[in-house]
Design a protein around this ligand. Structure first.
Ligand code: GLA
Length: 530
């Protein structure tokens, strides 16, 4: 009897929670429009070795120029785009202070300068901000953090949010350990912290941008899956369990994302967090059991394709050229930071090889023009002759000419190719990542056709017939595609207005909207209905 009642209660609660996101307001607060790039202390320093000395040394290393790279340029991590220095667990004292606030662990080997007299953790945020960098902090939705050494935020959300905001942190990673089991089926604890972050600035919910980049870290543990609600609450959402520095765990994370097709739910300002990098945690020694160079390139490539945050996890104060060249490969980073905000997906499988594709923003009128493809070889032997067909990225004109560039060897192939291109060899556990650009890499922009920013005003909202879409251009034709390239709807506009779009389940997710204007210009935009 009790069991039946409990099951019914759970069912009702789950159904109610499932319905919740449909009515919730999307956060979409104009922040985090590309995945954040930076570093997090956990993978290398763990609990015991995190200290202010480590954080400051890391920030200095962000600014240190490394010897010349493949382009003959001497750049720093900051030059490559990394700017967040993020503390993970174990920065705080074991107990709250007399006023119930979190406080730094001021032991000599931890954060000795973060005393109350120095403003607590503000001493550290000021130091990092003075260096022109951003700094993130870690908290936990349960009663203790995951390492257990410091208090969690449960029932103290308002106090803790105020501390994080007053100290001047730029990002909050909020974990999910030691949470009462009654909270496993909903997102309430994250809503509480989100609202507390607004309240810390005296703001009502949804009255403006969140004062801090909010990183949801509940490993897809909740029974109502994080990708169905994260965009109403935060900017980043961990998709899986924790990574560790070995091949099988890293591939396990890729596999779990494939199984859940997390790319269907990702969008600008709300990125799938595949977890921090293990690149460079060890010498690239294939006998070490840790990631070797080809495996590390796979790790970096898939994270870039997937539009995951790029958070380094190694000791950046001492790095080999090989590690530095992977994590600062600007051609790969450009895929991750692409302004369209499309999340790459595994399109198909060819033997041991996954074919991942990511649509990129294109500056001219041909909208099927720019794609990245990563061939990822899961096998322990090199894979030969893997064909990439234009249909893999939705090009309908088989004869369309594409220029191709290899983003790891930094070489452009001669001439252009039509209908397909065969990659001779993909290394064992490695990748080949290629950029495809229709028409060629030089002189492809037709003068006078640069996109007007009308795309910024395409929007979706819930309407009586399912979804309404605002199209700001008169007399245009509009096409809507799902992220896999399937056309969901098309219609013509007369005036700039909201247009009802026939209800389609998939319109609840991220869509690509193409608007063809009377002058023949094509503009595209990723949108999400909420
Ligand atoms: C959890 C998180 C990790 C890390 C640790 C710290 O396991 O998923 O990323 O923050 O807690 O204890």
């Amino acid at each position: 009897m009790g069991k039946v009642f409990f099951r019914r209660l759970l069912l009702t609660a789950s159904v109610a929670a499932l319905l919740l996101p449909s009515f919730a307001l999307a956060l979409q607060d104009g922040q985090c429009l590309t995945p954040p790039m930076g570093w997090n202390s956990w993978n290398h320093y763990g609990c015991a070795n995190l200290s202010q000395a480590v954080v400051i040394a890391t920030a200095k290393a962000f600014k240190t120029k490394h010897p010349a790279n493949w382009e003959g340029r001497s750049i720093s991590l900051q030059d490559a785009g990394y700017n967040y220095v993020n503390l993970d667990d174990c920065w705080g004292a074991t107990a709250r202070d007399a006023n119930g606030k979190l406080q730094a662990n001021t032991a000599a080997n931890k954060f000795p300068s973060c005393t109350p007299a120095n403003g607590g953790m503000k001493w550290l945020t000021d130091s990092i901000h003075r260096m022109g960098l951003k700094i993130g902090i870690y908290g936990c939705a349960g009663t203790r953090t995951c390492a257990g050494t410091m208090p969690g935020g449960f029932d103290n959300e308002v106090t803790d949010a105020k501390s994080y905001v007053d100290w001047g942190f730029d990002l909050l990673k909020y974990d999910f350990c030691n949470v009462p089991a009654s909270q496993y089926y909903n997102q309430v604890l994250y809503v509480r912290m989100r609202n507390a972050l607004w309240a810390a600035k005296g703001m009502q919910p949804h009255s403006g941008p969140l004062p801090i980049t909010f990183s949801i870290c509940e490993w897809a543990w909740n029974q109502v899956k994080v990708w169905t609600w994260s965009d109403t609450i935060g900017h980043l959402w961990r998709t899986t369990h924790d990574i560790s520095a070995n091949w099988s765990t890293m591939v396990g994370i890729i596999d779990q994302n494939i199984a859940n097709q997390t790319w269907l739910y990702s969008k600008k300002g709300n990125w799938p967090d595949y977890d921090m990098f293990e690149v460079g945690r060890s010498a690239f020694d294939p006998s070490s059991g840790q990631l070797y160079e080809d495996q590390a390139k796979t790790h970096f490539s898939i994270w870039c394709m997937a539009a995951s945050p790029l958070l380094l996890g190694n000791d950046v104060t001492t790095m080999s050229d090989a590690v530095f060249n992977i994590i600062t490969n600007r051609e790969l980073i450009a895929l991750n930071q692409d302004s369209l905000g499309w999340c790459g997906m595994r399109r198909r499988v060819s033997g041991n090889v996954d074919v991942w594709v990511k649509k990129l923003s294109s500056p001219d009128t041909n909208l099927q023009r720019k794609w990245a493809v990563t061939l990822f070889n899961r096998g322990t032997a090199a894979a030969s002759n893997i064909a990439i067909n234009w249909s893999d990225f939705g090009e309908t004109t088989a004869s369309a000419p594409y220029a191709i560039r290899n983003l790891w060897t930094h070489t452009t192939l001669n001439g252009t190719y039509t209908s397909n291109y065969t990659v001779a060899s993909v290394p064992a556990h490695g990748v080949v990542t290629l950029l495809f650009q229709r028409g060629g890499f030089v002189g492809v922009n037709t003068p006078g056709t640069a996109a007007k920013r009308c795309d910024a005003r395409v929007a979706m909202r819930r309407g009586q017939q399912g979804v309404d879409m605002f199209i700001p251009v008169s007399n245009s034709t509009v096409q809507i595609f799902d992220i896999q390239g399937k056309e969901l709807a098309s219609f013509a506009t007369t005036d700039p207005a909201w247009y009802p779009v026939k209800s389609q389940a998939r319109l609840n997710r991220t869509c690509l909207v193409r608007v063809k204007t009377p002058s023949g210009m094509l503009v595209e935009k990723m949108v999400l209905a909420r």
